[in-house]
Design a binder for this molecule. Structure first.
Ligand code: CMP
Length: 138
């Protein structure tokens, strides 16, 4: 059980000005912000980040959307971080997300689903390192 996960607030949620409300839900749920930045991915960088989905039919759409506007990237800390964060954000498809979850409240669709959360401790490390150097983690 690791104590860090990685998240992105996606272009739909940033565009809708939900970033403050989402960060508040994250902090209220007991996560500590280790690192945070607002940035915009190029299509090449978004493709690299989501390379595991390269063969999926939605890959092109995913890369286009994730590079379409600014995102907020963050490393979060809490006991059991990966699993607890996935509970807080809810199912990938907001239509299946439980009441009170971030995606139920703020996501529009399976593609425009407001937030990303790492699916394993190993990916949390890889994804955090994709955005942040050691000098940016506190
Ligand atoms: P995320 O947790 O960021 O990881 C991969 C993303 O691919 C996922 O959230 C969804 O936003 C997206 N995704 C998964 N399935 C589909 C789909 N069927 N159509 C469009 N996007 C999808």
């Amino acid at each position: 059980m690791g104590n860090r996960t990685f998240t992105m607030i996606k272009p739909d949620a940033v565009g809708n000005r939900f970033e403050g409300a989402i960060l508040n839900m994250i902090c209220e749920a007991g996560f500590r912000i280790v690192a945070i930045k607002k940035t915009q991915l190029s299509a090449a960088k978004a493709g690299e980040f989501y390379a595991v989905h390269k063969e999926r039919p939605f890959y092109g759409e995913l890369v286009e959307f994730m590079s379409s506007g600014p995102i907020v990237a963050a490393i979060l800390e809490k006991d059991n971080a990966v699993e607890d964060f996935r509970k807080l954000i809810g199912a990938t498809n907001p239509a299946n997300a439980e009441e009170g979850t971030i995606r139920k409240k703020y996501a529009e669709s399976i593609g425009r689903n407001a937030v990303h959360g790492s699916d394993s401790d190993e990916n949390a490390q890889i994804e955090g390192d994709f955005f942040f150097s050691g000098l940016e983690k506190f």
